[in-house]
Design a protein around this ligand. Structure first.
Ligand code: ADP
Ligand code: MG
Ligand code: MG
Length: 342
């Protein structure tokens, strides 16, 4: 792998602690959750965290989509390659996150909120499915002031690649736009994840404002379908949706956009303007899967690590499939130690 600039990759989103347990359909029904969905918690969901801890032997695991991606990218890149930004509280959950990122060699610059709790994500596993319900807490208080503070902005200026998780659109669109504009202005690479079906559906305008800045947009099939529906595309064909995403107007004309849609065990669809290809996943036996939480985050991690290392597009996709395969054999969005190499 070619030498990488220090902190070449800067990631932004919502740091969360996952409270993850094996559940069942009854538990999903109790809180009105759906398998493989991800939602923001409302009042009626807030009991689920204690319920998972007290009645389902839940485990506490570092989570947050882009934070998983940042850990995963650091897993594949040389030391001191990745820095991650987001908001946490000043509590034991934040301490667990600090331990996890330290172990992963990931540098974090958290905005610490003394009044708010670190965000929590309830993860209910049913078979090879997961349902996520997030109470953002302190993550919801991330602000432009933190991003623009001299120490943090210096990291922004030093990075060559930005990765933003779409979940952050519910938190601080001005911070996302600041990174997006910085990327376009300096011909840096801006990678964006659609994150969850509710993002295109409910945060359409904020999402659309970021679209011209996407050099790479990554989503799964349900996010692609939700995008198509929210934008009145008269198709449910993933390839057509990927082509549409790739062809949207672009701010930085020096780079062609690439749209990447993963589909679980089905091939990953990759569209550039006018061209669509499919790449097979790294298949493993169902019995080897521990849980698929964060498969997409891990894919994005391997893919983005490839971009940072200057790998060709086909290899970036394959690195994504490779890292996702490793991650789904671990508990939660984690990666095996001792480290495996691609
Ligand atoms: P998300 O986690 O966002 O729902 P996907 O389910 O599309 O994302 O999974 C992302 C990637 O993870 C896939 O492209 C594939 O590489 C890998 N993956 C997911 N499930 C499996 C599986 N059962 N076997 C092998 N790879 C998988
Ligand atoms: Mg999936
Ligand atoms: Mg995903």
């Amino acid at each position: 792998m070619s030498p990488t600039k220090e902190y070449a990759l800067l990631c932004l989103e919502n740091p969360l602690l996952d409270i993850q347990a094996q559940g069942n359909d009854e538990l999903l029904a109790k809180y009105g959750l759906e398998a493989d969905n991800a939602i923001l918690a409302e009042e009626k969901h807030l009991g689920i965290y204690e319920d998972l801890l007290n009645n389902y032997s839940a485990k506490l695991i570092a989570g947050g989509g882009a934070q998983n991606t940042a850990r995963g990218a650091q897993y594949m890149l040389p030391p001191n390659s990745v820095v991650y930004l987001g908001g946490v509280g000043d509590d034991k959950y934040a301490a667990i996150l600090h331990d996890a990122v330290k172990q992963a060699g990931l540098r974090v610059e958290y905005r610490v909120d003394k009044k708010e709790k670190t965000g929590r994500c309830g993860v209910v596993i049913t078979g090879h499915h997961r349902s996520m319900c997030t109470d953002l807490g302190a993550a919801n208080h991330y602000d432009l002031e933190h991003l623009k503070s001299p120490e943090v902005w210096k990291l922004v200026e030093g990075a060559t690649h930005y990765f933003v998780g779409g979940y952050h659109l519910t938190v601080c669109p001005p911070a996302i736009m600041a990174l997006a504009e910085e990327a376009a202005k300096n011909n840096k690479q801006f990678v964006f994840s659609l994150s969850a079906p509710f993002i295109p559906a409910v945060f359409k305008d904020a999402l659309d404002a970021t679209a011209p800045y996407w050099d790479y947009v990554i989503g799964n099939e349900s996010e692609a379908l939700s995008y198509a529906e929210a934008h009145g595309l008269e198709t449910k064909d993933i390839k057509e949706i990927a082509k549409h995403l790739a062809a949207l107007p672009k701010a930085n004309k020096k780079r062609e956009r690439v749209a990447i849609i993963t589909q679980g065990t089905d091939p990953t669809v990759v569209a550039t303007n006018g061209d669509v290809k499919e790449y097979p996943v790294h298949a493993i036996d169902g019995s080897q899967i521990t849980d698929t939480t964060g498969a997409g985050d891990a894919f994005a991690a391997g893919f983005t690590a490839g971009l940072v290392a200057g790998a060709p597009l086909a290899q970036c996709v394959d690195q994504g499939q490779w890292l996702a395969k490793l991650s789904i054999q671990e508990l939660g969005p984690s990666f095996p130690f001792p480290k495996q190499t691609y």
